[in-house]
Design a protein around this ligand. Structure first.
Ligand code: BYC
Length: 470
């Protein structure tokens, strides 16, 4: 079914045929719009060149055009239903997927949907003020694109809560607008979503590392036996790809500019020349990667085992795995700290599913680092960037409570304290990065700490007027 934009809430779920649900969502809509105005992008615009979903099929699913933010339309879009779809894993493997929530899995499914839903508006809140210091109109446009789509992903989860979880679901949908990133009394659920995104380097790191957790978590929920959840995640993943593109190419461009400045001035200390040094970039990588690893939960998790066995949450690319998809007989190795060193421990594969997902994620993160190092090599610079050890700076899981260096050595609190400033951004680093954040709003112009992108959006030139400011 195509998307009907003449409706108050554009959708491809035939909302008009369910008056009660339609009314419930229409009564949530003003609260969402109010949240967007108070917590969404702070910079006033006339219009922004945005991608809007117009269909859910493979080809031509989106259209581009300048849109006034007051007229932007968020809607409910699910990937097409496959009536043959069967559960791919767990104890009900091979049975038809569920169109309704089974009573026994109601609480767990609701929890997963609420956690997923909570991250979406959180990221918009974290990024609220970035528009005031965008390095170019191209980047400002990308920020809006990411933000409107995170807003739509919130709609996706709210639709599921309203359509399938009754009064409880409606209450949770309200609560999604009431918790706020960093709020002391009512914070967002997961740690990384209460951290600030105070500057554009943090934004690119966030879209590279934290949005990538989104990709992996959505990938596992796309496998879910609860078909509406699966279909909504499938479509969300389509939109998500651009968010990671923003992160990958954003960091590419910072590395490129840093390399240029290093060569031009023959020094690694590019700060006096308006750049971001490789040392600082490495520290930001260390921070954002470690905080994002915490989002995978504990390496040893009975929750994860139960979700899998019940069919609620699968593995990354479940259907491509060559095993029985039930895993009751399988084992896996996870990293643990024992007797002051990092070692591995054999556990049941089911218990290790968060670890499995995290490992897939880490391998994906490494591809970006390779890219950035190619930029450095191409510029004739010997220094390389690297991901820190998975145990570094962790607050969730088996490494929490241990001090692990970026190289993977377990150290005492004294060594940690003495070296923390070499491994993680210091106040001085953040102040320096902040000092570079000056808005550049002239079409085609770039801030001095970042190289221009290779090309513009949707075949438009880089100097295209992507945003008309108010
Ligand atoms: N912070 O068995 P455990 C995205 C709690 S990002 C605080 O280890 P489980 C996006 C946990 O609740 C993707 N608490 O974990 C990106 C449990 O508490 P209870 C978001 C945490 O349940 C950028 C206890 O610790 N989606 O989309 O297997 C921009 C032990 O839990 C944390 C999802 O996460 C934490 N980090 O796994 C926009 C998918 N981690 O119940 C968007 C849905 C764990 O004992 N969520 N705890 O009191 C899940 O699949 C899982 O709930 C988790 C945790 C992966 C988060």
């Amino acid at each position: 079914m195509s998307i009907d934009y003449s409706e108050k809430i554009p959708n491809n779920v035939d909302l008009a045929s369910d008056r009660k649900l339609q009314r419930a969502l229409e009564s949530w809509q003003p609260n969402f719009l109010n949240w967007w105005v108070t917590m969404g992008p702070a910079v006033p615009t006339q219009d922004v060149y945005l991608r809007t979903a117009v269909a859910v099929g493979r080809e031509g699913w989106a259209q581009f055009g300048h849109v006034a933010m007051e007229e932007y339309r968020w809607g409910v879009f699910l990937a097409e239903r496959n009536t043959e779809r069967k559960i791919a894993f767990g104890e009900q493997k091979g049975q038809p997927v569920w169109q309704q929530v089974p009573g026994e899995h109601r609480a767990d499914l609701q929890r997963l949907i609420v956690i997923q839903g909570d991250t979406e508006p959180a990221s918009v809140e974290q990024q609220r003020r970035l528009g005031e210091t965008a390095p170019s109109l191209y980047d400002l446009r990308n920020l809006f694109q990411v933000n409107v789509e995170e807003g739509r992903h919130l709609w996706a989860m709210v639709y599921l809560l309203h359509a399938h979880f009754g009064r409880n679901g409606r209450e949770e949908a309200e609560a999604l607008l009431q918790r706020n990133s960093g709020d002391l009394d009512s914070p967002r659920i997961l740690g990384a979503f209460n951290e600030e995104t105070p500057d554009w380097l943090s934004f690119f790191m966030f879209t590279y590392f934290t949005d990538r957790d989104g990709k992996y978590q959505l990938g596992t929920l796309k496998e879910s036996a609860f078909d509406p959840l699966s279909r909504t995640c499938e479509f969300m993943l389509k939109e998500e790809a651009h968010h990671m593109f923003v992160g990958t190419t954003g960091i590419d461009r910072v590395v490129t500019r840093t390399a240029e400045l290093m060569r031009e001035h023959d020094t690694a200390d590019v700060a006096p020349h308006g750049g971001i040094s490789l040392d600082v970039l490495q520290k930001y990588i260390n921070f954002h990667y470690s905080v994002s690893l915490d989002l995978f939960g504990s390496e040893r998790s009975t929750n994860a085992a139960n979700y899998f066995t019940a069919g609620l949450k699968g593995r990354w690319q479940e259907e491509r795995r060559r095993d029985d998809h039930v895993l009751t007989e399988d084992s896996a190795h996870i990293d643990v700290v024992r007797d002051g060193v990092v070692t591995t421990e054999e556990v049941s594969a089911l218990i290790a599913l968060n670890h499995d997902l995290r490992t897939e994620y880490s391998a994906d993160c490494a591809t970006g680092v390779k890219r950035w190092n190619r930029v450095l090599a191409g510029a004739g610079i010997d220094r390389r960037l690297a991901l820190p050890h998975v145990g570094f700076n962790r607050e969730v899981g088996l490494f929490a409570g241990h001090h692990v260096t970026p190289k993977g050595d377990v150290v005492g609190p004294d060594v940690w304290e003495a070296n923390k400033g070499r491994w993680l951004p210091t106040e001085a680093d953040r102040i320096h990065v902040q000092s570079l954040m000056r808005p550049v709003y002239e079409p085609g112009k770039m801030a001095g700490w970042i190289a221009p992108p290779m090309k513009g959006i949707n075949d438009k030139p880089v100097e295209y007027e992507y945003v008309h400011l108010a």
